[in-house]
Design a protein around this ligand. Structure first.
Ligand SMILES: [Zn+2]
Ligand SMILES: [Zn+2]
Length: 369
């Protein structure tokens, strides 16, 4: 694999308006700024001035430390960042709906548009090996001054939401929203969330707006537990441990929760989510990687429980979520604990990799103030 662009040093001179900086991830726990030409939008493409680009757990897991990702998570040395939000500065020929000046969120995978998954709006699982390209993985992403995007991948960002709100709609909040829609959430449910990283916190924030009265969160990091408490997103924030199932049962009169949302990918946390769910309850797995061990008969079948798998979301559901965020006055940027300029992108990734933070954003212009 080759890393694209030419490394930026303190002596690098930029040609105004035609050159830009972009961050690439060599796979050794660093982020490097490289020099690139500002792209020119082609047929049904737009050029975005980047405003906010948030870092995702999967960037750290599959690219930053080591290039572990395969297939859809195979990193091809491009500009990183798959949670971009910005403003269109130039619309290429053939654009039919979006134009210069529009504030937009980018669905983070550009699909072929013609396979069954794309036609359902789930470009995440586009089956075309040739045309499925994720921003920040197989095509240039948002950690740059400008981003080239396809018009069909865009969703309008309403004025009520900031760009940093918008950056989290596709991957973080979208993933959580889709998982909650799959298991069905209402005010009667007591919900357990395992893993209080950005997706877990997003799930908790959405559960609150859906009327959930009792939310329990489990995480190994004290800082994350504290953040969940400080934001009022967890009624009980419980440190990870071997007694977790018993602790959740004790909080629910011995029954367990109606719904569990697994956001960690950790084997023990997954088993906890399954076992701490009450009979007839539902569990959704959102955390990536790893494995799980449980006994199908006592842990699942005899309790009439259902496990759902969920992967990101569809572009129409993203539009629906944006509308609801405005209605609910729910601002995803509240989960952002740290903002960095593009020049400090290496610090941003290092902090995210440490886990001692909420969501980390690389910001531009007014989003940095
Ligand atoms: Zn992501
Ligand atoms: Zn497709």
């Amino acid at each position: 694999m080759t890393i694209t662009g030419e490394i930026v040093t303190t002596d690098t001179q930029f040609k105004h308006d035609t050159e830009m900086q972009g961050a690439v991830l060599p796979g050794n726990s660093t982020a490097e700024l490289h020099r690139f030409a500002v792209p020119e939008p082609g047929w049904r493409e737009v050029l975005l001035r980047m405003k906010s680009s948030t870092i995702c757990g999967s960037d750290i897991r599959a690219i930053y430390r080591e290039h572990l990702g395969k297939g859809p998570e195979g990193y091809q040395g491009v500009i990183a960042g798959h949670e971009p939000c910005g403003q269109i500065v130039k619309a290429g020929p053939g654009c039919r709906r979006f134009t210069a000046g529009d504030r937009v969120i980018v669905y983070h995978i550009s699909g072929c548009g013609l396979c069954n998954d794309c036609r359902r709006g789930y470009m995440i699982s586009c089956t075309s090996e040739r045309y499925r390209r994720a921003y920040g993985w197989q095509r240039d992403g948002g950690m740059a001054d400008y981003l080239l995007a396809e018009e069909k991948d865009l969703v309008y960002l309403p004025d009520a939401l900031s760009y940093t709100d918008g950056a989290q709609v596709a991957c973080g909040f979208g993933t959580a929203y889709e998982g909650l829609e799959k298991v069905g959430i209402d005010g009667n449910a007591c919900v357990l969330i395992t893993g209080l990283g950005p997706v877990g916190l997003a799930a908790a924030a959405l559960c609150r707006k859906l009327g959930v009265q009792r939310i329990f969160g489990i995480d190994p990091l004290p800082g994350r537990l504290q953040l969940a408490r400080d934001l009022g997103l967890c009624d009980e924030a419980i440190p990870s441990g071997p007694e977790n199932v018993r602790e959740v049962l004790a909080l629910t009169a011995g029954h367990g929760v109606e719904r569990a949302v697994e956001c960690s990918g950790n084997p023990e946390a997954r088993a906890t989510a399954i076992r701490a769910t009450r009979n007839w309850g539902r569990i959704v797995l959102l955390g990536e990687g790893g494995t799980v061990q449980f006994q199908p008969s006592p842990d699942l079948m005899h309790g009439q429980k259902t496990i759902y798998g969920s992967w990101v979301t569809s572009i129409w559901k993203m539009e629906e979520l944006v509308e609801r965020l405005v209605r609910w006055q729910l601002f995803p940027s509240r989960l952002v604990t740290h903002r960095f300029s593009l020049e400090r992108v290496a610090e941003a990734y290092a902090l995210m990799a440490s886990g001692r933070c909420g969501k980390v954003a690389v910001c531009f212009d007014e989003e940095l103030l």
